[in-house]
Design a protein around this ligand. Structure first.
Ligand SMILES: *Cc1c(COP(=O)(O)O)cnc(C)c1O
Length: 387
């Protein structure tokens, strides 16, 4: 049996989690939250970060922060997780989807400008598989039209765009520490990244139930009171302690994951050369984090066959993201601008192979051999017959 994923776990988490429990100071923004905040602010080089209960919550905070009003329009790809859209729909926005690019499944930056109307308030690029969107172009469009850019970097921790960490380029960014992502704060978790200095103070207020509690703790006001809308968007310090155990080891975890990614790539390259599958194309200047390894097969029928073939061999391979514009809620809250050339077609071809921290070479070898078997290729025979 090869699982599709296992949550990242190093063993170092235990001591920090216990320490947090015994400290009797486990609520949000405790010792470990502060350590994680400092680590990320240093690593990302941003104005401020705030741990949240999930990336979904971080995205919801961005919609409040930029004052999304009913009827406002927000541009994003349809090929994404529901939370990217829901965060803005919750504030009454209409979602405007534009098509993706077949090569990296990211929003096609050349289609964004024609989707902008006088109601547009923000662009939300999603860095699919931890591979950067074309941020220079997107930031340029946003600047010319005075729009916010919110990076859904849920999958992008430790990835960069031209040397800059994902999440640090737009006005706001969001990370996920859900257990299916590269690093986890014990199952659920996320983080808001604030790059615009003028959004910092309000982000702390929104996260503290609409109060200025943070200013109170810093001695900047005499007592704290209700000053704005808000909710409880803090992460428990026990979860931050769990995450700290992973930050301690982050370079090692990232390297191991990249090595696993490269192993698959090399092992399956021959199938791509034969025109049987397509592999992800990552441009070198965008350093990725091996969040996912996917291949693309001919069509949805072939995908179904391959998934069940692998399942019979004890391998769990999955697909995801039925494009949002074709879902029930998507039809109510969104509109697809332009032609769907790639979103539906490419999403139907995509299948994800097992990749996680700790996957062994022999497990990967078995996966590669199984995919080759499916295509009836006995690699050595093929080489011989080519002679
Ligand atoms: C995982 C994910 C989310 C949601 O993250 P949670 O922490 O589970 O809320 C949002 N957007 C994308 C692109 C994701 O992959």
């Amino acid at each position: 049996m090869i699982d599709f994923f296992k949550p990242t776990y190093t063993g170092d988490e235990d001591q920090y989690v216990l320490d947090s429990m015994k400290s009797q100071r486990m609520s949000g923004d405790g010792k470990y939250s502060q350590m994680c905040h400092e680590w990320f602010e240093d690593h990302i080089g941003c104005e401020k970060v705030l741990l949240t209960p999930s990336c979904t919550h971080a995205l919801e905070m961005t919609a409040i922060l930029i004052n999304v009003q009913p009827g406002d329009e927000v541009i994003m790809p349809s090929y994404t997780f529901v939370s990217t859209a829901n965060a803005f729909v919750l504030r009454g926005a209409k979602i405007v989807f534009v098509d993706i690019k077949a090569d990296d499944m990211n929003i096609d930056e050349s289609l964004i400008e024609e989707a902008i109307t006088d109601k547009t308030v923000a662009i939300v690029p999603v860095h699919y598989a931890g591979v950067a969107c074309e941020m220079d172009t997107i930031m340029d469009i946003a600047e010319r039209h005075q729009l916010y850019v919110i990076e859904d970097a849920a999958q992008g921790v430790m990835s960069t765009y031209k040397g800059r960490p994902l999440g640090s380029i737009g006005h706001l960014g969001a990370y996920s520490f859900h257990e299916t992502k590269n690093y986890t704060s014990g199952g659920e978790g996320g983080m808001l990244i604030i790059n615009s200095p003028n959004l910092v103070e309000r982000s702390e207020i929104i996260r503290e139930k609409g109060t200025n509690r943070n200013l109170f703790f810093r001695g900047m006001v005499d007592k704290y009171s209700w000053v704005d809308i808000g909710s409880s968007y803090l992460m428990s310090d026990i979860q931050a302690a769990y995450l700290w155990g992973q930050l301690d080891n982050i370079a090692l975890i990232n390297d191991a994951r990249l090595a696993a990614w490269d192993y698959y790539y090399k092992g399956l390259f021959s199938l791509e050369r034969l025109g049987l599958i397509s592999l992800a194309k990552h441009k070198d200047k965008h350093k990725h984090n091996a969040h996912m390894f996917y291949i693309k097969v001919r069509d949805v029928a072939e995908r179904e066959h391959l998934i069940s073939f692998l399942k019979d061999k004890g391998i769990t391979a999955v697909f995801h993201y039925v494009p949002l514009h074709s879902s029930k809620a998507g039809q109510a809250f969104s509109q697809f601008h332009g032609i769907d050339r790639f979103t539906t077609r490419e999403s139907e071809r995509l299948i994800r192979l097992p990749i996680f921290h700790g996957i062994t070479v022999s497990e990967q070898e078995y996966v590669v051999e199984s995919v080759r078997d499916f295509y009836g290729i006995h690699f050595n025979d093929r080489i011989k017959s080519r002679g």
